[in-house]
Design a protein around this ligand. Structure first.
Ligand SMILES: [Zn+2]
Length: 629
């Protein structure tokens, strides 16, 4: 193909402002009429209305024309045109030009100098290939001095819209005030596939390997995808396959992703500059290096082995096959229990889930949440981060936790003896106190108010704790201390957004997130009985994986020293992790522990409850026993 830059048609043709010649449909020897049905990529071949008459092979169909857009190109002489009946369509579909661009001066463009030829040859490019692609030599001011440059012309139709100058030591300059377009964009005309590279030398390398359907982004990995906007209808929409053939580095990866989304992943294929051969693996950073190091066959092979571009945000079953097969073979790994009898039958905990606890005022939601988290940490090693701003000051909160672990009051209390008040003795011996605090220090982490209490800030801190200390649980108690995002939405909607964040966070990090929520103010005589009583939003129930509702049931309590709590298990999303229903727990205000309750089903309306004693043994001793036996 002759040099496009010198192209002048033999005959006289009308020309569009964009530089394409206009050819009446009757001048083309095709039988099929251009369609208006908008079906893209309807490519036919014919002889060239400009050059064929004068050719020895006058019958050769050297033109490919897309009947859906009307754009055609002669692959013998480089004549680029649009069918007259399609001009109106094209003008209608062209985005309005916002800016008036300058056209570059082209009189300084020359044939290749010896330096240019030497450079191209060293890069594995024959000067003929570069010349056909409209590359010239030119002297141009790069970085303050006039230099010998390769000049890459950016063309549309017969027009040069921009020029990039490149010195042999890889310095660049671009014309000022000229429109930036993809390089060699007209290579798309009459093709059903195109290869996009990250630079012009890579595009030339592919042409050297025999491809003529190659274009390049103009600015490397930083190129703006919207440069393609103007060519979508005329050049890009008809393409069936787009090969993304950028560089094998992080920037190249990002560019591929941007372009794949822009063009639609379904028709994109990824070219990797590597050939995984056991004996001779070949790897290069880009097309030009592949050509220089391994030759044209290697370049060809990489393009031929391009793989379909993954569709972002979609997974096929393949990703999960092994895991599903493992479930098929072994069943679902049972959830973790906390050792609370009937409660354990209803609820088993799994990582990556959310637990919402709502309850009547004074039912000890926070104490239950703390006990739950401690039990999971002690029994299963699930270290926890705790955000409990209402449990203030922190040392008192820690003291409460220490009490639950010790099984009896951690703090020294006044003891009244026959001789008066005894201040001398601490409640538990110092070694035990130290052991408990050591355990707490290694297993429970406290999130403070210090760096903000938006959900993002809180979740960020939890994630850092997960990475550094391997925590598996997060407690947010209570929900209304989380600062809702700014914006015009209603609080109900904002709560929904925060809960969605929490849910996605739990899935992503695999943390078990427990959230304590205050109930909305009950109407007179109304009983709290489901998560719909949570204040602010029905989303609490919708988003929860586990929903627990606490109700005081002391009127059915037979113990003097313990309280009776009714736990309504309002929701267990995964039926392998428990089921809805009601159970009871006892609560010991002396050591903040919860204990087992057996429901005795009576004939008649009422059940009675057998409250089992709550252990007052130190958890850490029990844990050691469990380990030993
Ligand atoms: Zn021709």
């Amino acid at each position: 193909m002759p040099n496009d830059s010198n192209f002048t048609p033999i005959k006289h043709w009308e020309q569009m402002p964009t530089g394409y010649y206009i050819v009446p449909f009757d001048d083309l020897d095709i039988k099929k009429k251009p369609t208006d049905d908008g079906s893209a990529g309807n490519i036919v071949r014919c002889t060239c209305p400009d050059c064929s008459e004068n050719r020895r092979h006058s019958k050769e169909p050297c033109v490919r024309v897309d009947l859906s857009t009307g754009f055609g190109k002669c692959y013998n002489c480089g004549f680029r045109f649009i069918i007259s009946t399609k001009v109106k369509d094209f003008n209608r579909r062209q985005p309005v030009k916002k800016q008036h661009w300058r056209l570059p001066v082209t009189t300084h463009l020359t044939n290749f100098t010896a330096t240019a030829v030497d450079y191209l040859v060293r890069r594995g490019i024959t000067p003929e290939t570069a010349r056909r692609a409209g590359v010239c030599s030119a002297k141009y001011n790069v970085g303050g001095t006039e230099r010998d440059c390769l000049a890459f012309t950016f063309r549309q139709g017969q027009r040069i819209l921009n020029i990039q100058y490149k010195t042999t030591d890889k310095q660049f300059a671009m014309e000022n005030g000229c429109e930036l377009i993809p390089w060699n964009i007209d290579a798309c005309i009459g093709q059903d596939s195109i290869i996009i590279t990250e630079g012009m030398m890579d595009a030339l390398a592919l042409m050297e390997a025999g491809f003529d359907n190659v274009i390049s982004v103009p600015n490397g990995a930083q190129s703006d995808k919207h440069l393609f906007d103007r060519f979508r209808y005329s050049h890009l929409d008809p393409l069936k396959t787009i090969y993304l053939a950028g560089d094998m580095d992080g920037d190249g990866e990002r560019l591929r992703q941007v372009l794949a989304e822009y063009f639609g992943e379904a028709r994109c294929r990824i070219v990797e500059w590597r050939i995984d051969d056991d004996q001779h693996p070949m790897v290069a950073k880009d097309a030009n290096e592949m050509l220089m190091t391994y030759g044209t066959d290697a370049v060809l092979q990489c393009v031929n082995h391009a793989v379909p571009c993954p569709i972002t945000g979609v997974e096929t079953l393949g990703t999960y096959r092994q895991k599903v097969l493992s479930i098929w073979e072994n069943g679902i790994t049972p959830g973790k229990k906390v050792g609370w009898g009937e409660f354990d039958d209803h609820v088993q905990f799994e990582l990556g889930r959310s637990v919402i606890i709502v309850g009547e005022p004074g039912t000890g939601k926070s104490t239950l949440a703390d006990d739950l988290i401690l039990n999971l940490a002690l029994l299963h090693g699930w270290k926890a981060a705790v955000y409990s701003p209402e449990m203030f000051p922190p040392e008192r909160h820690i003291e409460r936790m220490a009490t639950a672990i010790a099984g009896k009051k951690f703090r020294r209390e006044e003891v009244t003896t026959e001789r008066g008040i005894d201040y001398r003795r601490t409640a538990i011996p110092q070694p035990m106190a130290e052991r408990i605090l050591d355990w707490l220090e290694g297993n429970i982490f406290f999130l403070t108010e210090e760096s903000g209490r938006t959900i993002h800030k809180l979740l960020h801190r939890a994630e850092q704790l997960q990475r550094r200390y391997g925590i598996r649980q997060l407690l947010l108690d209570p929900f209304n201390y989380i600062q809702l995002p700014d914006g015009a939405k209603s609080d109900t909607m904002k709560i929904g957004d925060v809960l969605a964040e929490i849910e996605l966070f739990a899935h992503r990090t695999g943390l078990l997130v427990t959230v304590v929520v205050h109930p909305s103010k009950p109407q007179k005589g109304e009983q709290i009985e489901s998560l719909y009583n949570a204040s602010g939003s029905a989303e609490f129930r919708n988003r929860a994986d586990y929903g627990l509702v606490l109700v005081n049931d002391d009127k059915a309590c037979t113990s003097r020293s313990l309280h009776l709590l009714k736990v309504i298990v309002d929701k267990v999303r995964d039926d392998a992790m428990g089921h809805k229903g009601t159970c009871h727990l006892s609560f010991n205000p002396q050591n903040y522990r919860h204990g087992m309750v057996q429901t005795i089903h009576q004939t008649g309306e009422y059940n009675t409850y057998n409250i089992l004693p709550v252990s007052s043994q130190c958890w850490l001793d029990r844990a050691e026993e469990i380990e030993i036996f």
